[in-house]
Ligand binder design. Structure first.
Ligand code: MRU
Length: 363
């Protein structure tokens, strides 16, 4: 069993685990107002591309129940305005806009007045949640082909490095597969077991010996606060490192595979993910280490030709200069704080999706 980021609460409210408080406190919040759902997404109380799409869908359905007495046209206008407000909460992860578009379409397709449109919204939100949960498991399973290939390579390399020729021909014991990951792509970032971390969870279930290198992920520390927390709960061996130590670890031959998530994937494969992914991909390519992006189909944006067209969220400078309220830079120093960067498709070994391991063009 993995942890959960969100669920339906009593009488259909959206219930989320407030991720800003992790790992020191596990506090659940019940949300049933569009403004509070949008605030929770903006403040990263719920975060991760798939999770914010699911949370917005469930939050929209939960919030509009109080308006179900409205006549159909008024209710549909409210759906449009609320979906637009939620979609604007964060710009980079396409899952959010995608989920809001699905909710708007479900509302228009429903017959009758506010109450029946409301029921259709609830049904669609639950479908989005359940599909995401299923896609997580499917990605985890699809990723096992990559895990097995890397584990095989590592075991073979170990045997070959021994002078003893017998070690080469006999079947060497499987060696620990060392996976490096960035940000949080686990259960906390989805409605299921995660994206990149789902590959880790399924490998662990299968008994593959693993060691996960967890980039701490400056400035909001999704790696050390959230990924390490999830892996500790699951009993998976892991080590947290400063983001800037990843290249040295690769140079020391301590990394077999890099697995990351994505917030938006353009038609040509350029991939936006948490800032720090791009330098990781450069370092991985330099050291000959495969880097795979793990993402569900809801993260692919067919309208986006390449990475230059992906909007990159810029966040408050205080996240860098006063992280968690502690001043660590001179008051007033200007700050550059993009939440995401774009990794060119050229640096990605493959895209693990619920439909298998793919490459561009994705149409
Ligand atoms: O700013 P965040 O924490 O929402 O960023 C999350 C990421 O960048 C994840 O890697 C991405 O959403 C994929 S999560 C399954």
């Amino acid at each position: 069993m993995h942890v959960r980021a969100l669920e339906w609460g009593p009488s259909g409210v959206l219930r989320i685990l407030d991720q800003t408080l992790l790992p020191r406190e596990e506090r659940w919040l019940d949300l049933d107002r569009v403004e509070s759902v949008a605030e929770a997404i903006r403040m990263l109380r719920v975060r991760g591309a798939p999770a914010i799409g699911v949370a917005a869908a469930m939050g929209l359905a939960a919030s509009l129940r109080r308006s179900m007495e409205l006549p159909r046209e008024r209710f549909l206008q409210l759906v449009d305005a609320s979906a637009a407000e939620l979609a604007a909460a964060r710009p980079t992860a396409v899952n959010l806009a995608w989920a809001m578009e699905r909710m708007r379409r479900a509302a228009r397709a429903a017959k009758g007045g506010g109450a029946s449109v409301c029921a259709a919204l609830h049904e669609e939100a639950e479908a989005i949640r359940a599909e995401d949960e299923g896609m997580c498991r499917a990605m985890g399973e699809a990723g096992q082909a990559v895990v097995d290939a890397q584990a095989h390579r590592r075991t073979g390399a170990q045997a070959q490095s021994r002078a003893d020729a017998r070690a080469r021909t006999s079947h060497p014991a499987p060696r620990t597969l060392r996976i490096l990951t960035h940000c949080n792509t686990g259960a906390l970032a989805t409605a299921g077991m995660g994206t990149a971390l789902a590959v880790v969870y399924v490998a662990h279930e299968r008994g593959v010996p693993l060691q996960v290198w967890v980039d701490e992920t400056r400035p909001l520390l999704q790696g050390s606060r959230l990924t390490a927390w999830e892996l500790a709960k699951a009993g998976i061996p892991h080590t947290v490192l400063p983001d800037s130590a990843a290249a040295s670890l690769m140079a020391a031959l301590e990394v077999d595979l890099v697995l990351v998530g994505a917030d938006r994937i353009a038609r040509n494969g350029d991939t936006a993910n948490k800032v720090g992914t791009y330098p990781l991909a450069i370092a991985a390519r330099h050291h000959g280490i495969p880097l795979y992006v793990v993402a569900p189909s809801s993260t692919f944006d067919p309208a986006c030709p390449d990475g230059a067209a992906i909007p990159i969220e810029q966040r408050a400078g205080a996240e860098v200069t006063r992280p968690f309220g502690v001043p660590i830079a001179p008051e007033g120093s200007p700050v550059f704080n993009p939440a995401f960067d774009v990794t060119p498709a050229l640096l990605v070994s493959g895209w693990i999706t619920e439909r298998g391991v793919l490459g561009p063009p994705f149409d």
